[in-house]
Design a protein around this ligand. Structure first.
Ligand code: ATP
Length: 361
C-alpha cells in the first residue's frame, strides 16, 4: 500500500458541481485499482461560500488546504458575485497568490477519434502565474487597477527576474523530459522593458539547457503559428495573461476547451484546475465536458508522484488518462467534441474503462 493522500475538493460555480464530483469519482476508482489511499475533504468555495461564510474563499478553506497534499479546484463565476466580491481578486487568483502557485502548466493534446482543428497537437503551455499583466496579482492590497477620472483607467504590469527564472526552469525541465523544444512568447518589440526582460531571462536560463532547442515569437504572431501548425510546438513559456489567452486557443484547436487540463504548482503543493471557466451558459444541463477536470486530476497525481517519489499514484494517473482516451476512441464523447453523451453518461463510461484498464494492468 502506498501513502494515503489528503486531497481537497472545491466544487466551485457553474458547471463545477457537475465536473468536479465526476472527476473525483474517476480518480477514486483509479486510485483504488493501484492501492493508493485518498481521503477527500470537501471545502466551501465560490457563490455557496458567499451565502454561508460571506466570502467566496473562507479562511477555514485556506487553513485546511495548507494541511493537505493538494486539491481539485472547480471553476468560479466571479463576475456574477455580488459586490464587494465581484471587484475583489477572484477565488483562483486568491488561492494562486496565497499558496504562491507560480507555475500554471496547461497541456493541449488532441484525442484520436475526436474532432479537432489540429488532430495531432501535443504541446504544453507553461504560464507564469503570479505577476505579468494580471494587475490583480501585482499588489499586496488593491487590485492593481486605478481609475483617476471616470474616463481614464490604468493598470499595473510587473515582470521580475526572480519569477521569470523560476517558471523558465519549470518549462525547460519539462521540455527536457519531452521533445526538447521550447518556445518563448513575448511582445518585446513593443513592451520592450517588461516582456523584453521576460525573454532575456528565459534566454539566460536556456544556457543551462543546451540540449533544448529554443525559439521565440511575439504573442500576436504566435496565435497565427498555433492555428496553422500547432503540432510543431512542444513547450511554450510565457507571462500570465498571454498564457491565459494562448492556452484557451491551444485547447480549442486540439479539440475543445472542455478537454484542456492544468495544474498550478509551487515546490510544495499543487492545485488541479481545468483551463476553462464556469461555462454558465451550459451549467446544470448535464452536457459539460468533464475531461479537462478529469485530466487535471491526473496531472495532480503525476505531480504527487514526483513530489513523494511514489510510482503507484503515477500508475493511477496513467489509468485515468487511458480511461478517457479509450472512451473517446470508442465514440463516446460530449457534444463539444461532436458526440452526444451527457456528462454523467461520459463519466460512467470512463469509470468502466478505468476498471477494465486497471484489470489488465
Ligand atoms: P473564465 O474567464 O472564467 O476562464 P471564460 O469567459 O473564458 O471563463 P468559459 O466559462 O471558459 O469562459 O466558457 C467559454 C465557452 O466554452 C463557453 O461557450 C462554454 O460553454 C464553453 N465551455 C467551457 N468549458 C466547457 C466544458 N467543460 N464543456 C463544454 N463547453 C465548455
Amino acid at each position: 500500500m502506498s501513502k494515503t493522500y489528503r486531497l481537497g475538493v472545491l466544487d466551485g460555480d457553474g458547471i463545477g458541481p457537475e465536473i468536479v464530483p465526476a472527476s473525483v469519482e474517476i480518480a477514486t476508482a483509479a486510485a483504488e485499482a493501484v492501492g493508493v489511499g485518498i481521503d477527500w475533504l470537501t471545502l466551501p468555495l465560490g457563490s455557496d461560500a458567499i451565502t454561508t461564510h460571506d466570502t467566496p474563499v473562507p479562511d477555514e478553506t485556506k487553513k485546511t488546504l495548507a494541511e493537505l497534499d493538494g486539491w481539485y479546484l472547480g471553476p468560479h463565476d466571479s463576475v456574477s458575485y455580488p459586490e464587494p466580491h465581484k471587484s475583489a481578486l477572484n477565488p483562483s487568483g486568491t488561492l494562486r497568490k496565497h499558496f504562491r502557485l507560480f507555475a500554471n502548466i496547461r497541456p493541449a493534446k488532441s484525442f484520436p477519434g475526436a474532432e479537432a482543428v489540429c488532430d495531432n497537437a501535443d504541446l504544453v503551455i507553461v504560464r507564469e502565474n503570479t505577476e505579468g499583466f494580471y494587475a490583480d496579482r501585482n499588489t499586496y492590497a488593491g487590485t492593481g487597477e486605478f481609475m483617476p477620472t471616470p474616463d481614464t483607467a490604468i493598470m499595473l504590469g510587473i515582470i521580475t527576474r526572480e519569477a521569470t527564472e523560476r517558471v523558465a526552469r519549470v518549462a525547460f525541465d519539462l521540455a527536457r523530459a519531452r521533445r526538447k523544444k521550447l518556445t518563448i512568447v513575448h511582445k518585446a518589440n513593443v513592451l520592450k522593458l517588461t516582456t523584453g526582460l521576460f525573454r532575456s531571462v528565459c534566454q539566460e536560463v536556456a544556457e543551462d539547457y543546451p540540449d533544448v532547442t529554443v525559439d521565440d515569437f511575439h504573442i500576436d504572431a504566435m496565435t497565427v503559428h498555433l492555428v496553422r501548425r500547432a503540432q510543431d510546438f512542444d513547450v511554450i513559456v510565457t507571462e500570465n495573461m498571454f498564457g491565459d489567452i494562448l492556452s484557451d486557443l491551444a485547447g480549442e484547436i486540439s479539440g475543445s476547451l472542455g478537454t484542456a487540463p492544468s495544474i498550478n504548482a509551487s515546490a510544495d503543493t499543487a492545485m488541479a484546475q481545468a483551463s476553462h471557466g464556469s461555462a454558465p451558459d451550459i451549467a446544470g444541463q448535464d452536457i459539460a465536458n468533464p475531461v479537462a477536470m478529469i485530466l487535471s486530476g491526473a496531472m495532480l497525481f503525476e505531480w504527487l508522484s514526483s513530489r513523494h517519489d511514489d510510482p503507484a499514484i503515477a500508475r493511477a494517473a496513467k489509468i485515468i488518462e487511458a480511461g478517457v482516451a479509450t472512451t473517446i476512441e470508442r465514440g463516446i464523447s460530449t457534444r463539444d467534441l461532436g458526440g452526444s453523451a451527457s456528462t454523467s453518461e461520459f463519466t460512467r463510461a470512463v469509470i468502466q474503462a478505468v476498471r477494465d484498464g486497471a484489470g489488465q494492468n
